[in-house]
Design a binder for this molecule. Structure first.
Ligand SMILES: Nc1ncnc2c1ncn2[C@@H]1O[C@H](COP(=O)(O)OP(=O)(O)OP(=O)(O)O)[C@@H](O)[C@H]1O
Length: 503
C-alpha cells in the first residue's frame, strides 16, 4: 500500500512540475501579447499553487517512500537472517554484503525505479491527452516524444541488465579472492609490502563496469534530450515557414516546443532511476545464488542423557575409532599427545564435524548432525568485536548480577563493566582470559553437556585450581568431557580416555 502511495506521490510531483512548465510557458508568451485588461492574477495564483503541490508532494514522496524503504529493508534483512541463522558460514564477505546492501537495493526499487517510471509514463500520457483534447498546436508531437522515450528506455534497460549479469560474476569473483587474502591475515606481518600488495584482488574491473553503467545512463539522457530538441527545432521551422501562417501571435504555439525543450527536466529522472533497477536485479540475483548450506541438526536429544560411542571418530580421521561410555553426569578426560585427535573427537561428538561410527544418546541414535544445546568450547574461544555483555550473553537475556556472578566464578572479576568493548578496537584479552570468558559463556548457557577443548591451556596454577573446583561442582548435574594434554593433580574424573596419535 505504502509503495503505491509512493508511486502516486511521485506522479503528483512530476505532474505538478510539468503543469508548471506548461502554464508558465503559456503565461510568459501570453504576457508578451496580452491586451491591457489581461488578468495576470489567475495564472500567477495557479503557478503558485502548482509550485506548492510540487514541493509538498516531493517531501511527502520522500517521507512515505523512505519510511516504506526502511520497513521493507528490515523485513528483508530478517528473512535473510532466518536463512543464514542455521547455515554454515562459507562466504563471510558475501553474507555481509547481502545483509548490508543487497536487501537495501531490493527494497529501494519502488522509490528508485518504479515511481520514477510510473511518473514518467503518466506525465507523457496526461500531457499528450490534455494537449490533444485542448487542440494545442503540434499536440501530436508529444506522442513522438513518448515513442522516443520508450525506445531509449528499453534499450537502456536491456544494456543495463546485461551489464548487471557481468557485474554479479565479477563481484562474486572479487569477494572470493578477498576472502582468501583476508584468511591469511595472521601471516601478513611475515610478508613484504610488495608481496601483500601483489596478493590483493583488484577492484578495477568492478569499478569499470560500474562506471560504464553510469556512462550508459548519461548517454541515454543526452540522446533523449538531443532528439527532443531536434523535434522542437522541426516544430519551430514548420511554425515559421509552412503551416501556421497568420497564427504567429498565438501564444499556445509555444506550449509544445517548451515541453520538448524541458523534456530532460521532467523525464530525466526516469533515466537516472536505471541504476536502481540494475542494483535491484543484481541484489535479487546475488541473494538467489548466495551459497547457504543448511546446518544439519539431529533429532531432539533428552536433556540429560548417557552417551555411548562405538568405533566412533571424526570423518577427518578415518583411523580414529573410539569406543567409550559416558554417564549423564560426571567429569571425563580425553587425553593424548598433541595431534592425537582430541579436538576432532569432541567436535565429532557435538556434531560440528561429520563423524563415522556410532553415537548413541540414551541408547538411541539421534542421526547425523549437530546436537542442539550441547556446548563445545573451542580451544581458542572466539571473542566478538562487541561489548563484554554481548560477548557473554550472545543475544540472550541475563541480568547484570548474573553476569558479574559468572565472571567472578571464572576469575574475571576485573572485567566489571558490561559495556566495555572487547576485541579489535577495544580491550584485548590474554589467552587465559579468553579461555575463562569462554567458560563464563558456557556457565550462562546452562547446557546439559559441556565439551571443553583444552580449558586449562594458558592458565596459571591458581586459576587452574579455581577452574577445576568449578568444573567438579558443575559435573554433578551435567556431563563434562575435557580434552586436555594437561592433567591437573586435583582433577577427579570418572574415567580417562587416552587417544593415540594416528600411525
Ligand atoms: N578439518 C580437518 N581436516 C582434516 N584433518 C584435520 C582437520 N582438523 C584437524 N585435522 C587433523 O587431525 C589431527 C588431529 O587434530 P586435533 O586438532 O584433533 O588434535 P589434538 O589432539 O586436539 O591436538 P592438540 O593437543 O595439539 O590440540 C591432526 O593431524 C590434524 O592435522
Amino acid at each position: 500500500m505504502k509503495a503505491f502511495i509512493t508511486v502516486l506521490l511521485a506522479v503528483l510531483h512530476g505532474g505538478a512540475g510539468l503543469a508548471i512548465l506548461i502554464v508558465s510557458s503559456w503565461f510568459i508568451a501570453a504576457c508578451a501579447v496580452a491586451p491591457v485588461n489581461f488578468n495576470y492574477m489567475l495564472p500567477a495564483v495557479v503557478i503558485r499553487a502548482l509550485a506548492l503541490i510540487r514541493i509538498g508532494s516531493g517531501y511527502a514522496h520522500m517521507w512515505v517512500g523512505h519510511k516504506h524503504l526502511l520497513q521493507l529493508t528490515s523485513l528483508l534483512r530478517v528473512q535473510l537472517f532466518e536463512r543464514l541463522f542455521a547455515a554454515q558460514i562459507r562466504q563471510r564477505s558475501e553474507e555481509v554484503e547481502a545483509l548490508a546492501s543487497h536487501t537495501e537495493a531490493i527494497a529501494a526499487v519502488w522509490v528508485g525505479w518504479v515511481s520514477q517510471q510510473a511518473s514518467a509514463v503518466l506525465m507523457l500520457v496526461v500531457s499528450a491527452v490534455t494537449l490533444l483534447v485542448l487542440d494545442i498546436p503540434f499536440a501530436g508531437w508529444t506522442i513522438a516524444l513518448g515513442v522516443i522515450w520508450l525506445v531509449i528506455m528499453a534499450a537502456l534497460c536491456m544494456q543495463g541488465l546485461t551489464l548487471v549479469k557481468i557485474q554479479v560474476l565479477q563481484e562474486h569473483e572479487f569477494r572470493e579472492q578477498s576472502d582468501v587474502v583476508l584468511g591469511s591475515v595472521a601471516i601478513w606481518h611475515l610478508k613484504t609490502v610488495q608481496e601483500q600488495l601483489a596478493q590483493l584482488p583488484s577492484a578495477q574491473t568492478l569499478w569499470e563496469t560500474e562506471t560504464s553503467q553510469q556512462r550508459l545512463t548519461l548517454q541515454s539522457l543526452w540522446v533523449f534530450q538531443g532528439l527532443a530538441w531536434a523535434l522542437m527545432l522541426v516544430i519551430i521551422y514548420l511554425a515559421i515557414h509552412t503551416q501556421l501562417e497568420g497564427e504567429g501571435g498565438n501564444p499556445l504555439l509555444l506550449v509544445v516546443p517548451m515541453l520538448l525543450l524541458s523534456a530532460g527536466d521532467w523525464l530525466g529522472r526516469s533515466f537516472n532511476g536505471q541504476p536502481a533497477l540494475n542494483r535491484y536485479v543484481q541484489g535479487k540475483q546475488a541473494l538467489k545464488t548466495l551459497p547457504v548450506d543448511p546446518l544439519q541438526l539431529t533429532d531432539a536429544v533428552p536433556l540429560s542423557s548417557t552417551l555411548t560411542l562405538t568405533g566412533f571418530g571424526s570423518v577427518n580421521l578415518p583411523e580414529q575409532k573410539v569406543t567409550a561410555e559416558f554417564d549423564a553426569s560426571g567429569l571425563y578426560l580425553v587425553g593424548g599427545p598433541s595431534g592425537a585427535g582430541k579436538s576432532q573427537l569432541l567436535q565429532a561428538v557435538s556434531g560440528l564435524v561429520a563423524c563415522h561410527g556410532q553415537r548413541l544418546c540414551d541408547g538411541n541414535a539421534p542421526g547425523d548432525g549437530l546436537i542442539e544445546g550441547w556446548l563445545y568450547l573451542e580451544q581458542q574461544p572466539v571473542i566478538l568485536a562487541a561489548t563484554l555483555r554481548h560477548n557473554l550473553t550472545l543475544g540472550r537475556d541475563f541480568s547484570a548480577t548474573q553476569l558479574n556472578d559468572v565472571l567472578s566464578k571464572v576469575g574475571l572479576a576485573q572485567l566489571n563493566d558490561p559495556g566495555e568493548w572487547l576485541g579489535p578496537g577495544g580491550r584485548v584479552l590474554s589467552g587465559g582470559e579468553r579461555k575463562r570468558l569462554g567458560i563464563a559463556r558456557a556457565m550462562l548457557i546452562q547446557s546439559p553437556v559441556w565439551l571443553l577443548d583444552e580449558p586449562f591451556e594458558g592458565l596459571d596454577g591458581a586459576a587452574v585450581s579455581q577452574l577445576v573446583a568449578l568444573l567438579q561442582q558443575k559435573a554433578a548435574t551435567r556431563l563434562i568431557i575435557i580434552a586436555s594434554h594437561v592433567y591437573p593433580a586435583e582433577l577427579q574424573c570418572k574415567d580417562t580416555l587416552i587417544l593415540n596419535p594416528p600411525s
